[in-house]
Design a protein around this ligand. Structure first.
Ligand code: SF4
Ligand code: SF4
Length: 783
């Protein structure tokens, strides 16, 4: 395929991004759809499905352009209508042809935007095979989504879309999960929408202003800045949550504020250069232009006769890429133009001035940007450079600097805070799912209280949600083990604990289990009323009164003398920080070894002495562990001692910030604490990252066990032994030297084994390499 005369020198800037329409119809009938419901109706004349020869021509044009312009990477999004309507065979044809033509020339980043309704494991397998990452459109919870995203017969699509998202969350398909696209409707509660989206654990959320122009402006039920007023509560909540997910609009504005690229055509001054290829092979401008007027996206060019260079030189296409010089005078004079960029070009359209206007969202964009800049100027910038969120978003991978820090075997307080923020976001997501399940039941009262407290006393709610054993309860509700009924009522206990922490006065129903009312993270009160399954708590001033049948008991705020039967979570003070000793939580029994019952006073005193002595040993031998432990370890749960006297300790992926151990002398207890905390840290990293190929099934031999282990077990064991070798490195004497060499040797052998599997991801390699560098940096002769 040759280039057409007219592709003059100098060429316009090259095209890196393409949208390929593979099906022009949709199985949904969303009333806010710009393809079918806005000014442009060109879809009516297009073929439903893209033909193989059109795919071939498009692929050749893209490859030709990449070759001529020396591009190393091309981004391509499969779009519609609904691209999944093409079916597995049709999509396989498209993907195979695209890869075959483009990949010999340039790396191909393949994505798809879908409504998710037809997503299936078979299609996900195809996307894994071809490395396609799928974005799903979802506007929030069921109420929000059902406002617009319905089938032609009016039926809701919410359940199907959530099923698609659940599929993409599966470990084997997670790498295909690109994120969620949410079109804003300001009638929805913004924070509720944010929570509902967060509950789907997306790598990225993209909020879309509904397409509108000065001819057909957006609805503004809340006044002139309805959209800024809707987005700002989400921004504040997102910042408070520790930015657990990439939100493209906010990240783009923050990046532009820091002088970087916005990475989107929606805001900022980046030249867009997005080329669209319709199902009939016509080249078009960005889809959003369809909202301006019928034919606004048209160019009169097609892939059969015209190269990408011709498109790039098309006057309308060139106009859409002019950055500051393409804006009206009002925008050019605007103080926030560097971040706003006049918004999306289509949103500037008016009948009189064409596109030579500020955005129809001008007032919203200005208010949003100015408020964001005012509220967090320095954190705004920091977010781009350090956020776990920032990297989690695109790839589900943590930032490289986090891996480099934790790969030393230690880990700074900042790294642990980042892991804790990600865990908190995860737990919040689980709770939103639970709230969904209890909607319309009496337990909705508990969720409403939590939502209210979250507004009034966020820190108290976050502290409650950070209780390590909450995640286990939530997961057992959402995926109950056989023979066990979900404990939905515990949501009341959670709300009560948050209210007590917040010092808020309220009333709430809580469950009574085995004669105890539990307040997670705080303690439990015995209820002397056999057979009672629930109690009514009147919470006031940080204390509460529990009524169950004829039983009435008042627990005063912390510091006052409690009644008989109040069993607080115990604490131990360790040189300036507090560690909890939790022997009362009903969900603490999550380890491979059984937990103890309530410690008696003598046992408690002994535990406190042991933990203090072990802590002193850690401070002395491995001070590099101190900052991470202080920031990330919250709770120790006593385990039952082994009848044979062997030491026992454990960590659980479902209990970030907690570990279980038996009592021990200071040196061994120090080792157990550090060893298990390694598992806690790595478990949290694995929650947000893909360090290895989950499809890898081979078991690996390790020096510390006779039986071959799965890859994740080897990774965990290696990381634990790295820290244990480090402890023995710092201890004096020949026995310590011998132990150090043994654990160091095990670590090195396991690192080599891991590196040789071919199953580590880029970040997995980085983490393992960092462990190896740490070992290599040790002197051969410990003290
Ligand atoms: S799913 Fe997308 S393409 Fe289909 S009707 Fe809705 S907005 Fe339009
Ligand atoms: S805030 Fe308004 S005037 Fe300023 S750049 Fe954006 S659209 Fe233009």
């Amino acid at each position: 395929m040759s280039t057409t005369p007219g592709e003059s020198d100098p060429w316009p800037p090259p095209l890196h991004q393409y949208v390929l329409k593979v099906h022009s119809r949709c199985d949904l009938a969303c009333d806010h759809c710009y393809v079918y419901e806005h000014a442009d109706q060109s879809w009516r004349a297009r073929p439903r499905k893209i033909a193989p020869e059109t795919v071939a021509a498009a692929a050749l044009r893209i490859a030709e352009h990449a070759r001529e312009r020396g591009l190393h990477r091309v981004n391509l999004v499969l779009h519609g209508g609904e691209p999944l309507l093409l079916g597995a065979a049709g999509l396989a044809m498209v993907l195979t042809r695209l890869r075959a033509a483009i990949e010999p020339v340039a790396e191909l980043d393949l994505r798809m935007q879908s409504n998710g309704v037809l997503l299936s494991p078979q299609l996900c397998d195809l996307f894994v095979e071809h490395g396609v990452r799928v974005g799903i459109s979802l506007d929030g919870d069921a109420t929000a989504n059902d406002r617009h995203r319905r089938f032609a017969n009016g039926a809701s699509s919410h359940a199907q879309v959530r099923r698609a998202l659940a599929l993409l969350r599966r470990p084997e398909y997670r790498r295909c999960y690109a994120g969620i696209l949410c079109t804003i409707d300001v009638r929805n509660d913004p924070v509720q929408v944010y929570r509902a989206l967060l509950a789907e654990a997306p790598p990225r959320i993209d909020f879309l202003l509904p397409h509108a122009t000065w001819v057909d402006p957006p609805p503004r039920p809340g006044g002139a800045t309805s959209y800024a007023d809707w987005l700002l509560p989400i921004y504040r909540r997102w910042v408070r949550d520790g930015r657990p997910v990439d939100i493209r609009l906010f990240d783009s504005l923050l990046a532009a504020a820091a002088g970087g690229r916005s990475g989107t055509e929606a805001v900022g001054l980046d030249p867009s250069g997005l080329a669209v290829i319709e199902t009939d092979g016509t080249w078009e401008l960005a889809d959003s232009m369809k909202t301006a007027f019928d034919g606004a996206a048209g160019t009169g060019l097609d892939v059969f006769r015209h190269s990408a260079n011709v498109l790039a030189a098309h006057p309308e296409f060139a106009r859409s890429r002019r950055g500051l010089t393409g804006l009206c005078q009002t925008c050019r004079d605007c103080s926030v133009v560097g971040q706003c960029g006049g918004g999306l070009r289509a949103h500037r359209y008016s009948a009189a001035g064409g596109f030579d206007n500020p955005s129809v969202y001008c007032a919203d964009l200005k208010k949003l940007i100015v408020t964001m800049n005012d509220e967090s100027p320095e954190t705004a910038v920091a977010a781009r450079s350090t956020g776990l969120a920032g990297d989690r978003l695109l790839d589900g991978l943590p930032a490289a600097d986090l891996l480099d820090d934790l790969g030393t075997g230690h880990g700074s307080g900042a790294s642990l805070h980042r892991l804790a923020a990600a865990q908190l976001a995860y737990v919040r997501g689980l709770l939103v799912q639970i709230a969904d399940r209890v909607a319309g039941t009496p337990l909705a009262e508990a969720w409403e209280l939590i939502v209210r407290l979250d507004e009034e006393a966020t820190e108290a709610v976050s502290a409650t949600f950070a209780h390590p054993y909450l995640r286990r309860w939530a997961r057992r509700c959402l995926a109950p083990v056989a023979g066990e009924a979900p404990d939905w009522a515990y949501l009341g206990a959670l709300a009560a604990a948050a209210a007590v922490r917040a010092g808020v006065d309220t009333d709430i129903e809580v469950p009574v289990r085995s004669g105890l009312v539990h307040l997670p993270g705080l303690g439990a009160q015995a209820i002397d009323e056999p057979g009672e399954r629930s109690a009514r708590l009147s919470i006031a001033g940080g204390g509460f009164t529990a009524r169950a049948g004829r039983s009435l008991v008042t627990v005063p705020p912390a510091g006052a003398t409690p009644p008989a039967g109040w069993a607080p979570v115990r604490q131990v003070e360790l040189s300036g920080w507090t560690l909890l000793i939790d022997d009362i939580d009903p969900y603490r029994d999550c380890y491979q070894w059984p937990v103890t019952g309530r410690l008696d006073p003598a046992q408690l005193a002994s535990w406190r002495r042991s933990l203090a002595a072990a802590w002193a040993r850690i401070e002395h031998t491995t001070p590099g562990q101190i900052a991470g432990l202080r920031a990330g370890l919250r709770t120790v749960t006593p385990l039952r001692v082994d009848p044979g006297g062997r030491l026992r300790s454990a960590a659980s992926r479902d209990a970030f910030g907690a570990l279980g151990t038996v009592p021990a002398a200071p040196d061994p207890l120090a080792e157990l604490l550090v060893h298990e905390f390694q598992h806690v840290k790595l478990g949290a990293v694995l929650d947000v990252s893909q360090l290895y190929d989950p499809a890898y099934r081979k078991r690996l031999s390790v020096p510390w066990r006779d039986d071959p282990r799965p890859l994740e077990g080897v990774l965990q064991g290696t990381y634990a032994h790295l820290a244990v070798a480090d402890i023995w490195r710092a201890r004096p004497g020949p026995l310590a030297r011998q132990r150090h060499r043994r654990y160091r040797g095990w670590t090195v052998r396991a690192i080599d084994e891991l590196a040789g599997t071919g199953a580590l991801t880029e970040h997995g390699h980085r983490f393992v390499r960092r462990m190896r560098q740490t070992v290599d940096s040790w002197s051969d002769d410990p003290r």
